[in-house]
Design a protein around this ligand. Structure first.
Ligand code: DO4
Ligand code: MG
Length: 279
């Protein structure tokens, strides 16, 4: 089951049919009330009789976020550990990445408030003071206020690699700025874990041509999603639930940096494709 947030409300794709709600106003609070449900899949099925068949025209999609915080896990794939050790070596930070990759406690960091999040087909940004920026294609978890994974979406953890590489203490500046995160195109609602064979793929297009592409699978994710969530919820509450990005396993080579007008496409087959343009 797929749940989309649209300009006029929401759209639910279920068993080959599309349904929509018809409420005079469907704002961020209404979206929160919907997606924070502890039994989201069951709740949506119960709503079906009150919904209308959706029209054939494609509605404008919004990021599937209301008032949730977005958090992120880091160095959960060997590829990310490797690239970051290399880029921070001269700053003396290389060892930290290796240690956090093998430690019991994961790296978790605050990524974005809703106003910093871009939706499908919207602009993501590179910082004006960064020389080297990359997208990080990541599986994003929708987590209920009680700490249960109720759905999945696609996340882009845009990162300024030169700023992070200069000093690990610059991480919040490398990671958190306007339009540094994208989410979408929908929430794939399921309380079942995604299979390890699930593929995450990235394509970056420049002037319509593929400039970089790469892929990985969830088999390369070192930590179980629920373990990441359990650490995040230690002494931390999320009244509207939250989104948690699970780390990147695709890092373009050092010779690659994003440029303005590049198109970023991230695909996870069960969820769809999240496309964004760099501004
Ligand atoms: O340690 C820095 C951030 C790591 C990260 O964002 C990732 O591995 O995806
Ligand atoms: Mg990341």
């Amino acid at each position: 089951m797929k749940l989309f947030r649209t300009l006029g409300g929401f759209l639910l794709e279920y068993q080959g049919n599309s349904y929509t709600n018809k409420e005079a106003s469907f704002d961020a609070e209404a979206w929160d009330a919907l997606i924070k449900h502890h039994e989201l899949a069951q709740h949506l099925v119960q709503l079906l009789p009150s919904l209308q068949p959706a029209s054939a025209s494609a509605p404008e999609l919004l990021a599937p976020i209301g008032n949730q915080e977005v958090w992120a896990a880091g160095v959960t794939y060997y590829r990310s550990r490797d690239a970051r050790m290399e880029e921070s070596k001269s700053a003396g930070g290389g060892d930290f990445y290796d240690r956090v990759y093998s430690a019991e406690r994961p790296e978790l960091f605050f990524k974005a408030t809703p106003h910093r999040v871009a939706g499908p087909n919207a602009r993501v940004a590179i910082r004006d003071d960064a020389r080297w920026s990359v997208p990080e294609p990541e599986l994003a978890l929708l987590v209920s206020p009680a700490g249960r994974i109720t759905g999945y979406t696609i996340g882009n953890d845009m990162s300024s690699r030169d700023i992070e590489g200069e000093n690990p203490l610059y991480l919040p500046q490398a990671k958190v700025y306007d339009r540094s995160c994208a989410l979408g195109p929908c929430i794939f609602v399921s309380s079942e874990p995604l299979p390890k064979t699930t593929e995450i793929s990235l394509e970056i297009l420049r002037n319509g041509e593929i400039e970089f592409s790469g892929s990985t699978t969830l088999a390369a994710l070192k930590r179980e999603p629920q373990v990441l969530v359990d650490f995040l919820f230690r002494n931390n509450s999320f009244p509207n639930g939250c989104f948690l990005l699970t780390g990147t396993g695709i890092v373009p080579p050092d010779s690659f940096g994003l440029r303005k007008a590049d198109e970023i496409r991230i695909t996870i087959p069960q969820i769809g494709t999240l496309a964004n343009f760099v501004a």
